[in-house]
Write a protein of this length. Structure first.
Length: 133
């Protein structure tokens, strides 16, 4: 049985994923300003793995260790691809004088907040899982 605190952490992750998907137009507008071809692919992976996290969390079979492994793996990949997306965007800003920070800043902030939310909620869910609550 899931505790109330566990459900809160789960729904925070779901809300963050839906927000990232809904605000993907901000990211798309930002990646059109940069000159790195791979940045769109990593944005796509970040959003897709966020959706996979949501599907894992909403599945009915979330009591097993397989669920914990799948969710942990999905969060790790989402955080890694989101981090690499941010790295590519920022390094292109630093190396290219045509890209200004205010053109990509909101996208970087949104992905950073998403990564932070995924990590903190995942960590909290792990604590709740190992405590048995």
């Amino acid at each position: 049985m899931e505790s109330f605190k566990y459900k809160i952490a789960k729904y925070i992750i779901v809300a963050m994923t839906i927000m990232q998907l809904a605000l993907s137009q901000i990211h798309i507008a930002a990646i059109t300003k940069v000159f790195v071809l791979e940045v769109g692919f990593f944005l796509f992976l970040y959003i897709i793995f966020g959706l996979l996290i949501t599907f894992n969390l909403m599945s009915k079979n979330n009591e097993s260790s397989k669920f914990l492994f799948q969710t942990t793996g999905s969060i790790f990949i989402a955080v890694a691809t989101g981090g690499y997306f941010m790295y590519l965007m920022y390094s292109d800003y630093k190396s290219n004088s045509l890209v200004e920070l205010d053109q990509i800043q909101l996208s970087l902030i949104l992905v950073g907040v998403g990564i932070g939310t995924y990590v903190l909620s995942w960590f909290y869910m792990l604590i709740q899982e190992f405590r048995g609550e």
